[in-house]
Design a protein around this ligand. Sequence first.
Ligand code: AMP
Length: 283
Amino acid sequence: MNTYILISDLRKKLNEPGNKNKSVGFVPTMGALHEGHLSLIRQSKQENDITVCSIFVNPIQFNNEGDLSGYPRMMEQDSKLLIEEGVDILFAPEVDEMYPPGEEPQLDLDFGRLDKVMEGKYRPGHFKGVAIVVKKLFDFVQPTRAYFGKKDFQQLTIIKHMVSSMKIPVEVIACETVREPDGLAMSSRNLKLTIGEREMASQIYDVLMFTKANVETSPVKKLQGIAHKRLATNPAFRVDYFEIVDMQTLLPVASWENPENIIACTALYLGDIRLIDNMELFS
Ligand code: AMP
């Protein structure tokens, strides 16, 4: 595996004559890699000639300093995992390489309601920060295909919107959420949970499964209220939202019409750690 911290070195490698007509799969991450990330990498390896992974903890997508400074960083271990998976290129830039001092990070793109609801409401500016970094990474890597997890469903929707609106020539591939044996969606943030919090965290999955099992037995709003309450009655949880929305618009649905497009999304704090998860209710 070749590791680059400079854009120029990354481009030099990808521009080598031998790489000219090769397909490039790209997996952007913030590191602290787990099986969720590795599943994206394995799919990219299967579908492309070259697989590029990036590790960059993107400061402009964090809403608070504590979350950014406390984000787990384990480059050496990550690097080993990527070598084991047969990743060809790791791009791990410093902040100044991605955001040269004096340059105002910006992206002239309107996301409509997509970045205002759910996560957007609780983390203003977050998706703008995500879109800016992903656009830059796409420019540098110029991938044929880019792999994103459904675990971050709203992020996936925003990236798809950006790619189609800006006509970026990349195929966005959505990958299934990888879960722990008790159902908790894998996340780098899980490392920060105490043992007690970690045990309780699987209730998020239980409530999503409960919701899925009870569709059509009650109206959408009622079921949403019951699910929200199930989470909120645990005093250790501080629930930001539990919403049942349309997968395209991310807006709340009023009925079970168009079942193939209905997803439940939730975000809550467990101690200081904010976890998100979602489940397609009719798949
Ligand atoms: P992150 O490092 O958290 O920014 O995640 C990098 C990529 O991995 C994103 O596309 C995430 O959606 C994806 N990802 C994170 N956790 C999981 C998971 N449990 N299952 C599948 N994909 C995931």
